[in-house]
Design a protein around this ligand. Structure first.
Ligand SMILES: [Mg+2]
Length: 243
């Protein structure tokens, strides 16, 4: 049987518009126009999808984890499929008070690989932050870097704690461009084995599960299975209580 493939997606400025660097109000969730058809195409092509998002606004007290849950619920509502993501992974840490799963940590994606029997080398990461690409590199996945015009206009040049990209990963204008790249690399050729091609490749093989905290204490409480509003809210409260 062909191994399962997966795509790990950043949230803000990758799926939804990020006007000021923090998205904590569900009423302001606005998807980029290509997002819905592209996510559906990814699922139709049998890719598992994961949402991996840093929400330092929680750690900084700008909004609550419940607000993040509401934003995620709104996102799913707009997409029109509450089950489109196998899991939603939220880190509420800040650079000053780091969370061990905060991007660029590879812990979340490696935990998902262990849970869903995925090989990191068959997974992609798409995001607009250097932290997304560093996470991909450290997890042994292939990173595709989004450079949206909107971010250039409204956001500071680097997000908190992010390293410069140094031109290491291929850049794409939007999610559709990145998805086309994946299709060219994996689907159009008809080959089972992924060809790294232009993708951002890890410099080292991924660390083992122990070092990356797979199944480590508290890991479950920081993940959300996108099975609906109730579950998102419930787990959110668990996380809040833990913190
Ligand atoms: Mg982002």
């Amino acid at each position: 049987m062909e191994p399962r493939r997966a795509i790990f997606l950043d949230r803000d400025n990758t799926l939804n518009v990020d006007r000021d660097g923090y998205v904590g109000d569900w009423k302001k969730i606005e998807l980029f126009p290509e997002v819905i058809p592209v996510l559906r195409a990814m699922r139709s092509a049998s890719y598992l999808l994961f949402l991996v998002t840093n929400q330092s606004g929680v750690g900084r007290g700008y909004f609550s984890l419940e607000d993040v849950d509401k934003c995620n619920r709104r996102l799913l509502e707009l997409i029109g499929d509450g089950h489109i993501f196998a899991e939603i992974c939220v880190s509420t840490g800040t650079p000053e008070r780091p969370d061990p799963r905060r991007k660029p940590s590879p812990k979340f994606p490696l935990e998902m690989c262990a849970k869903f029997s995925l090989h990191p080398g068959r997974c992609w990461v798409i995001g607009d932050g250097p932290c997304d690409m560093e996470m991909a590199e450290r997890a042994g996945m292939r990173g595709l870097y989004l450079v949206r015009e909107q971010k250039k206009k409204v956001c500071p040049p680097a997000c908190d704690g992010d390293r410069p990209m140094e031109g290491k990963c291929p850049s794409f204008q939007d999610l559709a461009d990145a998805w086309n790249h994946i299709k060219i690399m994996e689907l159009s050729t008809g080959k089972n084995a992924p060809d790294a091609g232009l993708a951002c490749l890890p410099e080292e093989s991924p660390a083992d599960g122990q070092e990356n905290g797979i199944g480590g204490p508290g890991s479950k409480n920081r993940r959300q299975t996108a099975t609906g509003a109730e579950n998102l809210t419930k787990i959110g409260k668990d996380i809040e209580a833990k913190n």
